[in-house]
Design a protein around this ligand. Structure first.
Ligand code: NAD
Ligand code: DAU
Length: 335
């Protein structure tokens, strides 16, 4: 039985961070502290019901060096999820992406260096740019960085900071780059929850461009199990790609959502495309699977999507407060 650790999770009130906190509480004996600024994307309702003796919430900014320093002093490991995460927002107003993704990560790395603490950095496959639809290649740990958007370029910058702090200062860090996540607690601005909640409200799903873009979907629980595996067994200084062979084009996903909710498969609208829209992402996770023995539990996207549709149907109280403001923002952009 491994010893119970004190783990600090940044961004733990967001989508993937909150799923990871639930996963840690359910699957380990560790104690968890969440540091989260509660931006529009953070939601304390995603952390309800956790045992008080193993869970603490701290509201604050990862770019607040004094606060970060005091928290690092009391923890054994840090898993860094906090970020501005939405591409469409980054096209509208890039500045918060620089402040949080770059300066925030820098602030954490400086504290990690001072405290010699184990640090895991959460990143994205978007740092690699995009692939053609018919390209047999997938992203690997060797693929050159080529980010397209303000969001992905700030994530790429944060990854490079982590690598430099490992090499220059001996920070005990690992990095993971994961593909598109789906599952409970995802903000309704994101593709899958936006379309599910549109249909639940009697609105039509909105596909950007022609709906041909491909994303490589993974359930948030599988992301969590991969991160815990890397935290426990990953080699310091290494990068691991996380993916579950879940490539789907956006039109197929919308059709599956419509079918799952009993609507005709053509009941969607095509809307203005995202500027600079990446065509396709695809992850080769061979290194993580062979070196660390990880496998995803949700091999079947259809089953995971059905669970997710059911979750949004049953949790309107969780998403309804965000829905109108999110759709008003999209309407202003013609999307
Ligand atoms: P999210 O937007 O749902 O959550 C982000 C959380 O970070 C929110 O709770 C927010 O309040 C918090 N936060 C933002 N700025 C902060 C700051 N300055 N200080 C403290 N907290 C702050 O994002 P998500 O989709 O859960 O993504 C989490 C991480 O995973 C990000 O680093 C993202 O780049 C990465 N990632 C996401 C995906 C995906 O499909 N969503 C895939 C791969 C990697
Ligand atoms: O690949 C990992 C990344 O996945 C993460 O790093 C990001 O944080 C996360 O937001 C996600 O980025 P995407 O841009 O791929 O996700 P999004 O949900 O915004 O869009 C998914 C696809 O669906 C993309 O091709 C754009 C399209 N789309 C999106 C919305 C919101 C639509 O067609 N209609 C929509 O209404």
């Amino acid at each position: 039985e491994p010893a119970a650790l004190n783990i600090l999770v940044t961004g733990g009130a967001g989508f993937i961070g909150s799923n990871f906190v639930h996963y840690l509480i359910d699957e380990t004996e560790h104690r968890v502290t969440v540091l989260d600024k509660l931006t529009y994307a953070g939601n304390l309702a995603s952390l309800e019901g956790l045992p008080a003796e193993r869970f603490t919430f701290v509201k604050g900014d990862i770019a607040d060096a004094e606060l970060v320093d005091s928290l690092f002093a009391e923890h054994d490991a840090v898993v860094h999820y906090a970020a501005e995460s939405h591409n469409d927002n980054s096209l509208d107003e890039p500045r918060p992406f620089l402040d949080t993704n770059i300066v925030g990560t820098y602030t954490l790395l400086e504290a990690a260096r001072r405290h010699g603490i184990r640090f895991h950095h959460i990143s994205t496959d978007e740092v690699y740019g995009d692939l053609e639809l018919d390209d047999p290649a997938r992203f690997t740990e060797q693929t050159p960085y080529n980010p397209s958007s303000p969001y992905s370029s700030t994530k790429a910058g944060s990854d490079l900071l982590v690598r430099a702090w490992v090499r220059s200062f001996g920070v005990q860090a690992t990095i993971s780059n994961c593909s598109n996540n789906y599952g409970p607690y995802q903000h309704v601005e994101k593709f899958i929850p936006r379309q599910i909640t549109n249909v639940l409200r009697g609105q039509r799903p909105k596909l950007y461009g022609r709906g041909e873009n491909v994303r490589d979907w993974i359930h948030a629980d599988d992301h969590s199990s991969a991160v815990l595996t890397i935290l426990e067994h990953g080699r310091i200084g290494e990068t691991y790609l996380i993916g579950a062979d879940g490539e789907q084009n956006n039109r197929d996903v919308v059709e599956a959502i419509l079918t799952g909710l009993g609507q005709p498969t053509d009941a969607y609208d095509l809307v203005a495309d995202r500027p600079g829209h990446d065509l396709r992402y695809a992850i080769d996770s061979t290194k993580l699977r062979t070196e660390l023995g990880w496998t995803p539990r949700y091999a079947d996207f259809a089953a995971g999507l059905a669970d997710t549709i059911a979750w949004y149907r049953d949790h309107e109280d969780w998403w309804a407060p965000q829905k109108d403001a999110t759709e008003a923002r999209y309407r202003a952009q013609g999307q």
